[in-house]
Design a protein around this ligand. Sequence first.
Ligand code: CP
Length: 315
Amino acid sequence: MQHFTSAQDIKDWSLLWQKVQQVKDDSQGRKALGAGKAMCLIFLNASLRTRLSTQRAAMNIGLDTVVFDINQGGWQLEMADGTVMNGSKAEHVKEAAAVIGSYYDLIGIRAFAQLKDRDEDYQETIVQQFKKYAGVPIISLESSVRHPLQSLTDLITIEEYRKKECPKVVLSWAPHPRALPQAVANSFLEWMPHTDYEVVLTHPAGYELANEFTQEIRTTTNQREALQGADFVYVKNWSSYQEYGQVLRTDDEWIINKDKMQLTNNAHFMHCLPVRRNVVVADQVIDSSNSLVIPQAAHRVTAAQTVLELLLDHA
Ligand code: CP
């Protein structure tokens, strides 16, 4: 694996799952792998899980890590080629990526969607520019379109808790007061064709995701119908893709509550966190024994370590 920015970067799925198992069985057994190497984690946005789990994963394999909150101490980066840089942006990504790549063996970068210009966001410019100019493996810590470390985590969690051959996995939209990116939902759906799950996507009209992520996915605007017989209920808000970045509704009709979970096959509840209690999900659901949010978040370390080991194994 050269980079880890989407499911397309996984060339050997069997090797990926072997590595996941190795990490789960023995997370501390390969300290020499990262010895003498270092990784820079660049954040343009806030984070709890991604920031800490990726550092912990690096620690497990002896890899040094530096976290760079580029908006608080770095120069503002220009992304576009050919720009006359006479405004507020002092450094071009061509130099910044190449310089950081000369200091570090791996670079992770988080750059959320701006939710203003869909075409611009869906080019994943920052991640692509780092891939082009850094000269070292790039790990997406959530781009404007995808969150692959979260998706790998989600699959690891479902694999651990599945009780049947073809579990029904429902991805449901839920309300949220603020406009959130589509990255987690896009990415989750992008990884689903690599599983043997029965996948159903449900959201209100107006919240359709980009066709490239949904074309192989059964979709309904009837949330209750989708939840019938579900084994896993993954809940996430996203803003509109069609009316790009807009919040079209904030009523509580789509909240996941106990009544809705009773339609399922005693389903596990999943969410990537952070989550707004009693907006996205009722306390009774997230606090129930069916909630996987903590083991799911814990597997962020498993996922990050798997990716780091695969990248370093092939460096
Ligand atoms: N799920 C997730 O990526 O969490 P953070 O935004 O806290 O990193």
